[in-house]
Each structure stands twice: as C-alpha cells, then as structure tokens.
Design a protein around this ligand. Sequence first.
Ligand code: GLY
Ligand code: MN
Ligand code: MN
Length: 460
Amino acid sequence: MLIKQTSTSLGDTLRHRRQQLANLIDFPVILWSGNNNPRNFPANTFPFRASSHFLYFAGLPLPKAAIRLEAGKLELFIDDPSPSSALWHGETPTREEIAEKIGADVARPMAELESWLEDAATLAVQDAGTWTQQSQLLNRWVLPQSPPQGIELELAKAIVSLRLSHDDGALTELRKAAAITVKAHKAGMAATPQAKLEAEVRAAMEGVIIAQNMTTSYNSIVTVRGEVLHNEQYHNSLQPGDLLLADVGAETEMGWAGDVTRTWPVSGKFSSTQRDIYNVVLAAHDACIAKIQPGVEYEDIHLLAATAIAEGLVELGILQGNPQDLVEIDAHALFFPHGIGHLLGLDVHDMEDLGDLAGYEEGRERSDRFGLSYLRLNRPLRPGMLVTIEPGFYQVPAILNDANVRLKYENVVNWQRLSEFADVRGIRIEDDVLVTTEGSEVLTAALPNDADAVENLITP
Ligand code: GLY
Ligand code: MN
Ligand code: MN
C-alpha cells in the first residue's frame, strides 16, 4: 500500500527519527507492524491498524511487516504479494518499491527475520497473533499491557522521549487530522436538524472523514447520553430538549490523530440551564488553554479546570463553599470525574500502550484521589507536545446516586438546586492544543465553541 507523499520528505523524516533513536540507544530494535486479522476467512479481515511505534519509524501502514533499526539503519522485512494476490487485490507494490519509499537500506522476506534477532529489543504489538509471534521468535514473553523491562524499558523510554515532542513531519499530519476533524464536527452540527437518530449525525460526521480517505482515530461517541463517558451506541432518537455530545476524531492515512468534542442542542437553542452549565465548562476550557506554555505542569492545568468548574457550580448554587476547598475534597469530581486530557499523536491517549511511562514524568505515580486518579498526563509541558484540553460536566447516576457519595458530600451539594439542571446529562468541550516555544496553538480553533456560535452552526 503506497500513500501519496514525496519519497524525499517521508524518507527524510524517517531517517531523522532513526538517527535520533540511534543517538539514544546502542542495541538493535525490531518493531512489528501487526496482522490484518481475519473475521471468518483469511481474506475477510477486520480493519487493519499498524502498531504506532512501527508507524513512527516506518511511515506506512504495512500489515505483516517488521523493521529492524540499528545505528540509524533501517532493514525492512515484508513478503512480496503472492502470485494470486493480483487477482483479488490488483497490483500492489513490491518489497523493493516499499523499501525505496521509506528509505530502507535493505529489504528482506519475513522468513529471514529470525536470523536478525540477536540482542534485539522490541515492544509488544496489541494483537494476540503478533505478540505471540514476537514471543516465539524472541523466546521470551512479549506482552502488551505488561511493563517493559531491561533493554526494552530503555527502548520504551527512548521512543517516549522522541514521540513526546512532535517533529515537522508529524505536525503536518496532525494539522491535517485537526482540519478534517473540524470539518466533520461542522457537518454533524449541520446534519442535526434533519436527523432523527444519533446514528444519522454520526454518519454525517464520519462521512466527511471517510471522504478524505481517512478513518476515525477511535470509536466515535455521538450521543444524547453524554453522561456515559465512552458511549459507543448510536440508536437513541434525538428529542428537541436533548444535548448531543459528539467526540469524534479523524486519523490521517499515515495514522496521526485528531480528538475533538463538541456538545450542542438538538433544537439549535440551548435551554437556560444548559447554557449556564455549558458556559461553566467553556470557562474552564478557556482558562486552561490560556495557561498552556512550556514548563507549566499539566497537573496544575487539571487543577485549574477543577477549580474553574467548582467556581462556576458555586455561582449556580449547585455546590456550596469555597472553590479551592471544594477541589481539595474532590467535590468537582462528582461532576468532572476524568482528567483534563492526555497526549495526542499517532494515537488518541498517545503511547498509553506503555502504561504511564509516557504520561507520567519519571518518579511520579498516579494519585488514588478520586479527583486525580484519571489524570493521564503528569509532566511539565514542553514545546512540540500536543495535548487535549477537555473539561466536562456530567450527571452520572452511578456517582450521584451512590449512598456513600451522597453522605460524604451532603453539605456541599445543593441537591434540590441540582435537580433543576436535569436537562444537562453530559457536556464536554475538547480541543487539541500544541505547546509552542512561546505558549500554545489550538490546532482545532477553527471549530467554534462559544454557545451562540455553536447554535448558529446548527440552525438550518
Ligand atoms: N476520545 C477519547 C478521549 O477524549 O479521551
Ligand atoms: Mn481526548
Ligand atoms: Mn475525545
């Protein structure tokens, strides 16, 4: 599979990444891409997504391939298409053509990989077929979701240090993903007045992405049940008083992600209670983005969002007390139970296949506090990092109806006042923010988030 990009620019980007890796480690590395797994017979496969570590250095989503990196050199292992493949798949590029495209120094068939394994480090690919193959060939367990050790830990740390700050090649792709993500959200808003079901709005949004020959970077969330944080069902009908929460992101052909959420009124007009809470979430969003610059701790951005939400809810009479004190007892987390965001790159929640190695500065661990345990990034920000800022307000029955929670927070929540906001199930406003040397750039700024502007995008 070849992707339109001049071989010089792709080759140069990849060569630079390899050289940077070689500056950090002195052992060979083998990265597998993963399999295109069959559904019911070999040619009917689930959608293929190459491993992101492979993509970072190989640039192309090649199934059943591996690369070996040593001292800045790239060896590609992939099989040529079988003679019968042309009948079903048309003409596909040869190993040599692919090797030229990505600037590989050598290209070999997969069967030769076993002669090149000695002293090599790898990282586990998510699909079971591939990590089993990795484990068999290397004669040790290579398991996803299990912390790397020894030279594999060294490799993981080296890759994290490269992938944390995006290079120009990555930023070109991330800007493309952001632009199409913005377009998809505008299409979703425009489609809402005619739509009867969540699924129709999802179709309008994903249609924009698919029409660019892109895919989604995670399963879309398009729901009137916004309080279900990762709701992946689309069967609900749209009613005039509903808010629709859409968390949808495009992924470029080379695998780079967008991740945006907007929440809008199905009728085209927020009710006064919906608008009040929307503006609380927006104030938190804007305050966080205004503070982003190199050196700032992302945890402080999270706490800033928590405080802004607590302040807004106190002003509305939903919470009672001093906002700082409320954050200290995690009262904000009753309504904002997740972190303010995460790293974004080749994946949404970039590099979380490595646990908290990428998200957490060395020596830091997750807090077990209710209001901090879902914080996915806890590092000082540095130029080139792309993060999401995604505050929210949710009325989650499992939290708000829990007897212990109600007892603990009985004096800080005005439950009677809260009941007046029953038409706000979930609101999230999410943008993709690049840390620059001076401050920040919102890559998804072309998508309005002001309540009036959002209404204007919906009204037919
Ligand atoms: N789309 C998943 C997230 O925002 O984290
Ligand atoms: Mn996100
Ligand atoms: Mn999202």
